[in-house]
Design a protein around this ligand. Structure first.
Ligand code: NAD
Length: 293
Protein backbone atom coordinates (compact mmCIF):
# COMPACT_ATOMS: atom_id res chain seq x y z
CA UNK A 1 0.00 0.00 0.00
CA UNK A 2 1.34 3.45 -0.85
CA UNK A 3 1.11 5.61 2.25
CA UNK A 4 -0.32 9.06 1.50
CA UNK A 5 -1.69 10.08 4.90
CA UNK A 6 -0.14 9.21 8.26
CA UNK A 7 -2.11 9.56 11.50
CA UNK A 8 -0.05 10.63 14.54
CA UNK A 9 -1.61 10.38 17.99
CA UNK A 10 -0.03 12.57 20.68
CA UNK A 11 1.38 16.00 19.82
CA UNK A 12 4.09 16.07 22.53
CA UNK A 13 7.79 16.26 21.80
CA UNK A 14 7.84 12.89 20.02
CA UNK A 15 4.48 13.08 18.20
CA UNK A 16 5.20 16.57 16.86
CA UNK A 17 8.71 15.48 15.79
CA UNK A 18 7.28 12.45 13.98
CA UNK A 19 4.67 14.68 12.29
CA UNK A 20 7.44 17.08 11.23
CA UNK A 21 9.70 14.48 9.59
CA UNK A 22 6.68 12.85 7.91
CA UNK A 23 5.54 16.18 6.46
CA UNK A 24 9.13 16.97 5.41
CA UNK A 25 9.10 13.70 3.45
CA UNK A 26 6.09 15.03 1.50
CA UNK A 27 3.49 12.85 3.25
CA UNK A 28 0.24 14.38 4.59
CA UNK A 29 -0.29 14.08 8.36
CA UNK A 30 -3.31 14.23 10.63
CA UNK A 31 -2.14 14.76 14.22
CA UNK A 32 -4.47 14.12 17.15
CA UNK A 33 -4.24 15.15 20.80
CA UNK A 34 -6.74 15.59 23.62
CA UNK A 35 -6.99 19.40 23.57
CA UNK A 36 -6.40 22.26 21.09
CA UNK A 37 -3.66 23.78 23.28
CA UNK A 38 -1.60 20.56 23.08
CA UNK A 39 -1.96 20.60 19.29
CA UNK A 40 -0.96 24.27 19.14
CA UNK A 41 2.12 23.57 21.29
CA UNK A 42 3.05 20.74 18.89
CA UNK A 43 2.64 22.89 15.77
CA UNK A 44 4.55 25.79 17.38
CA UNK A 45 7.36 23.35 18.20
CA UNK A 46 7.52 22.24 14.55
CA UNK A 47 7.70 25.91 13.47
CA UNK A 48 10.57 26.62 15.91
CA UNK A 49 12.47 23.51 14.75
CA UNK A 50 12.13 24.47 11.11
CA UNK A 51 13.25 28.05 11.88
CA UNK A 52 16.34 26.70 13.64
CA UNK A 53 17.10 24.47 10.63
CA UNK A 54 16.67 27.47 8.29
CA UNK A 55 19.11 29.55 10.42
CA UNK A 56 21.67 26.75 10.15
CA UNK A 57 21.19 26.56 6.38
CA UNK A 58 19.73 23.04 6.57
CA UNK A 59 16.23 23.85 5.31
CA UNK A 60 14.85 26.09 2.56
CA UNK A 61 12.78 29.00 3.96
CA UNK A 62 10.30 28.70 1.05
CA UNK A 63 9.39 25.13 2.18
CA UNK A 64 8.58 26.09 5.79
CA UNK A 65 4.88 26.91 5.45
CA UNK A 66 4.30 24.06 2.99
CA UNK A 67 5.57 21.55 5.57
CA UNK A 68 3.47 23.02 8.37
CA UNK A 69 0.36 23.04 6.14
CA UNK A 70 0.80 19.32 5.54
CA UNK A 71 0.09 18.71 9.24
CA UNK A 72 -3.65 18.92 9.92
CA UNK A 73 -4.64 18.82 13.59
CA UNK A 74 -7.69 17.38 15.30
CA UNK A 75 -9.10 16.56 18.72
CA UNK A 76 -11.52 14.11 17.08
CA UNK A 77 -10.04 10.61 16.84
CA UNK A 78 -12.56 9.73 14.08
CA UNK A 79 -10.55 11.98 11.73
CA UNK A 80 -7.88 9.29 11.72
CA UNK A 81 -10.25 7.00 9.78
CA UNK A 82 -8.67 8.41 6.59
CA UNK A 83 -5.10 7.54 7.61
CA UNK A 84 -3.18 4.78 5.74
CA UNK A 85 -0.82 4.19 8.69
CA UNK A 86 -1.07 5.30 12.33
CA UNK A 87 1.78 6.08 14.74
CA UNK A 88 0.89 6.48 18.40
CA UNK A 89 3.10 8.65 20.63
CA UNK A 90 0.94 9.21 23.72
CA UNK A 91 2.25 8.99 27.31
CA UNK A 92 4.33 5.96 28.35
CA UNK A 93 1.46 4.24 30.13
CA UNK A 94 0.23 0.80 29.10
CA UNK A 95 -3.43 1.37 30.04
CA UNK A 96 -3.56 4.66 28.11
CA UNK A 97 -1.98 3.09 25.03
CA UNK A 98 -4.27 0.04 25.09
CA UNK A 99 -7.37 2.17 25.53
CA UNK A 100 -6.30 4.29 22.56
CA UNK A 101 -5.48 1.28 20.34
CA UNK A 102 -8.87 -0.25 21.10
CA UNK A 103 -10.59 2.98 20.03
CA UNK A 104 -8.45 3.21 16.89
CA UNK A 105 -9.36 -0.40 16.10
CA UNK A 106 -12.98 0.74 15.64
CA UNK A 107 -12.08 3.92 13.76
CA UNK A 108 -9.50 2.68 11.22
CA UNK A 109 -9.96 0.19 8.35
CA UNK A 110 -8.64 -3.30 9.22
CA UNK A 111 -5.63 -3.13 6.88
CA UNK A 112 -4.15 -0.06 8.61
CA UNK A 113 -0.97 -0.65 10.64
CA UNK A 114 -0.74 0.70 14.21
CA UNK A 115 2.86 1.54 15.08
CA UNK A 116 3.66 2.37 18.69
CA UNK A 117 6.49 4.72 19.61
CA UNK A 118 6.63 3.13 23.07
CA UNK A 119 10.00 3.12 24.84
CA UNK A 120 9.45 -0.07 26.81
CA UNK A 121 5.92 -1.52 26.74
CA UNK A 122 5.18 -4.94 25.22
CA UNK A 123 4.11 -4.73 21.58
CA UNK A 124 2.79 -8.30 21.83
CA UNK A 125 0.49 -7.42 24.73
CA UNK A 126 -0.77 -4.22 23.09
CA UNK A 127 -1.37 -6.03 19.78
CA UNK A 128 -3.32 -8.81 21.50
CA UNK A 129 -5.83 -6.25 22.80
CA UNK A 130 -6.77 -5.26 19.22
CA UNK A 131 -8.39 -7.28 16.45
CA UNK A 132 -5.24 -6.83 14.29
CA UNK A 133 -2.26 -8.16 16.27
CA UNK A 134 -0.54 -8.92 12.94
CA UNK A 135 -0.65 -5.18 12.13
CA UNK A 136 0.68 -3.84 15.42
CA UNK A 137 4.40 -3.05 15.61
CA UNK A 138 6.92 -0.96 17.57
CA UNK A 139 8.37 2.02 15.69
CA UNK A 140 10.68 3.63 18.23
CA UNK A 141 11.92 7.04 17.09
CA UNK A 142 14.72 8.78 18.96
CA UNK A 143 14.58 12.25 20.54
CA UNK A 144 14.81 14.84 18.97
CA UNK A 145 13.15 13.08 16.02
CA UNK A 146 14.29 15.45 13.23
CA UNK A 147 17.96 15.19 14.30
CA UNK A 148 18.29 11.52 15.19
CA UNK A 149 18.94 8.95 12.47
CA UNK A 150 17.62 5.81 14.11
CA UNK A 151 14.24 4.10 14.21
CA UNK A 152 14.26 0.90 16.28
CA UNK A 153 11.67 -1.53 14.93
CA UNK A 154 10.11 -4.06 17.28
CA UNK A 155 8.04 -7.01 16.12
CA UNK A 156 5.41 -8.41 18.46
CA UNK A 157 4.91 -12.17 18.49
CA UNK A 158 2.07 -11.89 15.95
CA UNK A 159 3.43 -9.03 13.78
CA UNK A 160 3.35 -10.06 10.10
CA UNK A 161 6.24 -9.81 7.63
CA UNK A 162 4.11 -7.43 5.56
CA UNK A 163 3.64 -5.06 8.52
CA UNK A 164 7.37 -5.19 9.24
CA UNK A 165 8.28 -4.39 5.62
CA UNK A 166 5.74 -1.57 5.40
CA UNK A 167 7.07 -0.03 8.63
CA UNK A 168 10.69 -0.31 7.57
CA UNK A 169 9.88 1.22 4.16
CA UNK A 170 8.09 4.14 5.84
CA UNK A 171 11.02 4.77 8.22
CA UNK A 172 13.38 4.81 5.24
CA UNK A 173 11.08 7.21 3.36
CA UNK A 174 11.43 9.52 6.39
CA UNK A 175 15.21 9.38 5.91
CA UNK A 176 15.86 7.12 8.92
CA UNK A 177 18.11 4.08 9.40
CA UNK A 178 16.53 1.09 11.09
CA UNK A 179 17.48 -1.90 13.21
CA UNK A 180 15.29 -4.57 14.73
CA UNK A 181 14.91 -5.57 18.38
CA UNK A 182 13.01 -8.42 19.97
CA UNK A 183 9.97 -7.55 22.07
CA UNK A 184 11.43 -7.41 25.60
CA UNK A 185 11.09 -4.43 27.99
CA UNK A 186 13.13 -1.44 26.82
CA UNK A 187 14.07 -3.30 23.59
CA UNK A 188 17.76 -2.53 22.88
CA UNK A 189 18.22 1.26 23.10
CA UNK A 190 16.47 1.83 26.42
CA UNK A 191 17.57 -1.49 27.95
CA UNK A 192 21.12 -0.19 27.70
CA UNK A 193 20.57 3.58 28.07
CA UNK A 194 18.09 3.85 30.94
CA UNK A 195 20.05 1.82 33.54
CA UNK A 196 22.97 4.18 32.86
CA UNK A 197 20.76 7.24 33.39
CA UNK A 198 19.23 5.67 36.53
CA UNK A 199 22.75 4.95 37.87
CA UNK A 200 23.75 8.56 37.22
CA UNK A 201 20.77 9.61 39.36
CA UNK A 202 21.85 7.16 42.11
CA UNK A 203 25.33 8.67 41.92
CA UNK A 204 23.81 12.08 42.64
CA UNK A 205 21.43 10.66 45.29
CA UNK A 206 24.33 9.06 47.17
CA UNK A 207 26.37 12.27 47.02
CA UNK A 208 29.15 10.87 44.87
CA UNK A 209 28.94 13.97 42.70
CA UNK A 210 26.78 16.97 41.83
CA UNK A 211 24.84 17.46 38.58
CA UNK A 212 27.69 19.21 36.77
CA UNK A 213 30.33 16.75 38.00
CA UNK A 214 28.32 13.75 36.78
CA UNK A 215 27.50 15.22 33.37
CA UNK A 216 31.02 16.56 32.83
CA UNK A 217 32.50 13.19 33.82
CA UNK A 218 30.40 11.31 31.31
CA UNK A 219 30.74 13.86 28.48
CA UNK A 220 34.49 14.37 28.67
CA UNK A 221 35.36 11.01 30.19
CA UNK A 222 33.33 8.73 27.93
CA UNK A 223 32.84 10.95 24.88
CA UNK A 224 29.06 11.26 25.11
CA UNK A 225 27.56 14.36 23.46
CA UNK A 226 25.19 14.93 26.41
CA UNK A 227 25.58 14.04 30.07
CA UNK A 228 23.11 11.45 31.44
CA UNK A 229 21.27 13.98 33.65
CA UNK A 230 20.93 16.45 30.79
CA UNK A 231 19.66 13.60 28.62
CA UNK A 232 17.19 12.50 31.32
CA UNK A 233 15.77 16.05 31.34
CA UNK A 234 15.45 15.95 27.54
CA UNK A 235 13.67 12.56 27.56
CA UNK A 236 11.36 13.65 30.41
CA UNK A 237 11.78 12.34 33.96
CA UNK A 238 8.22 10.92 33.90
CA UNK A 239 9.12 8.91 30.80
CA UNK A 240 12.45 7.75 32.35
CA UNK A 241 10.60 6.58 35.47
CA UNK A 242 7.91 4.81 33.44
CA UNK A 243 10.56 2.92 31.44
CA UNK A 244 12.50 1.86 34.57
CA UNK A 245 9.25 0.70 36.20
CA UNK A 246 8.35 -1.47 33.19
CA UNK A 247 11.83 -3.03 33.11
CA UNK A 248 11.84 -3.57 36.89
CA UNK A 249 8.34 -5.09 36.98
CA UNK A 250 8.52 -7.25 33.87
CA UNK A 251 12.15 -8.42 34.05
CA UNK A 252 11.88 -8.80 37.85
CA UNK A 253 15.51 -7.90 38.51
CA UNK A 254 16.36 -5.30 41.18
CA UNK A 255 19.15 -3.94 39.02
CA UNK A 256 16.34 -1.98 37.29
CA UNK A 257 15.01 -0.45 40.54
CA UNK A 258 14.23 3.22 39.82
CA UNK A 259 16.22 5.62 41.99
CA UNK A 260 14.05 7.11 44.79
CA UNK A 261 15.29 10.58 43.77
CA UNK A 262 13.87 10.08 40.27
CA UNK A 263 10.50 9.21 41.84
CA UNK A 264 10.66 12.25 44.08
CA UNK A 265 11.36 14.60 41.19
CA UNK A 266 8.43 13.18 39.23
CA UNK A 267 6.17 13.52 42.31
CA UNK A 268 7.21 17.18 42.52
CA UNK A 269 6.35 17.76 38.85
CA UNK A 270 10.03 18.33 37.97
CA UNK A 271 9.81 16.51 34.64
CA UNK A 272 12.81 18.08 32.90
CA UNK A 273 12.91 20.44 29.95
CA UNK A 274 9.18 20.19 29.24
CA UNK A 275 8.28 21.68 32.65
CA UNK A 276 11.25 24.06 32.87
CA UNK A 277 12.85 22.14 35.72
CA UNK A 278 14.47 18.75 36.23
CA UNK A 279 18.13 18.27 37.11
CA UNK A 280 18.62 21.65 35.43
CA UNK A 281 16.46 24.76 35.19
CA UNK A 282 15.44 25.98 31.73
CA UNK A 283 14.36 29.27 30.20
CA UNK A 284 11.21 29.57 28.04
CA UNK A 285 13.12 28.45 24.92
CA UNK A 286 14.26 25.29 26.72
CA UNK A 287 17.89 26.39 27.15
CA UNK A 288 19.49 25.25 30.43
CA UNK A 289 20.14 28.16 32.81
CA UNK A 290 21.76 26.31 35.71
CA UNK A 291 21.67 23.06 37.66
CA UNK A 292 18.53 23.09 39.83
CA UNK A 293 19.32 23.61 43.53
P1 NAD B 1 4.97 14.09 25.99
O1 NAD B 1 4.56 14.10 27.41
O2 NAD B 1 5.84 15.18 25.46
O3 NAD B 1 3.67 14.01 25.02
C1 NAD B 1 2.64 13.09 25.17
C2 NAD B 1 1.41 13.68 24.48
O4 NAD B 1 0.40 12.67 24.39
C3 NAD B 1 0.80 14.88 25.22
O5 NAD B 1 0.64 15.97 24.32
C4 NAD B 1 -0.55 14.34 25.71
O6 NAD B 1 -1.55 15.32 25.76
C5 NAD B 1 -0.85 13.29 24.63
N1 NAD B 1 -1.81 12.27 25.03
C6 NAD B 1 -1.87 11.59 26.21
N2 NAD B 1 -2.88 10.69 26.16
C7 NAD B 1 -3.47 10.82 24.94
C8 NAD B 1 -4.56 10.18 24.30
N3 NAD B 1 -5.25 9.22 24.89
N4 NAD B 1 -4.90 10.56 23.04
C9 NAD B 1 -4.20 11.54 22.42
N5 NAD B 1 -3.14 12.17 22.96
C10 NAD B 1 -2.80 11.82 24.22
O7 NAD B 1 5.67 12.66 25.77
P2 NAD B 1 6.76 12.23 24.67
O8 NAD B 1 8.12 12.45 25.24
O9 NAD B 1 6.37 12.83 23.35
O10 NAD B 1 6.55 10.64 24.65
C11 NAD B 1 5.51 10.03 23.91
C12 NAD B 1 5.84 8.57 23.67
O11 NAD B 1 7.09 8.48 22.97
C13 NAD B 1 6.00 7.72 24.93
O12 NAD B 1 5.51 6.43 24.69
C14 NAD B 1 7.50 7.70 25.13
O13 NAD B 1 7.95 6.59 25.87
C15 NAD B 1 7.99 7.64 23.68
N6 NAD B 1 9.36 8.08 23.46
C16 NAD B 1 9.83 9.17 24.14
C17 NAD B 1 11.14 9.57 23.91
C18 NAD B 1 11.69 10.77 24.65
O14 NAD B 1 12.91 10.99 24.63
N7 NAD B 1 10.86 11.57 25.28
C19 NAD B 1 11.96 8.91 22.99
C20 NAD B 1 11.42 7.82 22.28
C21 NAD B 1 10.12 7.41 22.54
Amino acid sequence: MHIKLVGVVGAGQMGSGIAQVTAQAGIEVVMHDLAPEFLKRGIDGIGRNLDRMIQRGRFKPEDRDRVIKRVQTTTNLEDLSRADFVIEAVVENEDAKIELLKKLDHVCPPEVVFASNTSSISITRMGARTSRADRVIGMHFMNPVPAMKLVEIIRGLATSDQTFEQTRALAERLGKSTMTAQDFPGFIVNRVLLPMINEAIYTMYEGVGGVTDIDTAMKLGTNQPMGPLELADLIGLDTCLAIMEVMHRVLGDDKYRPCPLLKKYVDAGYLGRKTGRGFYQYDKQGNPISPAQ
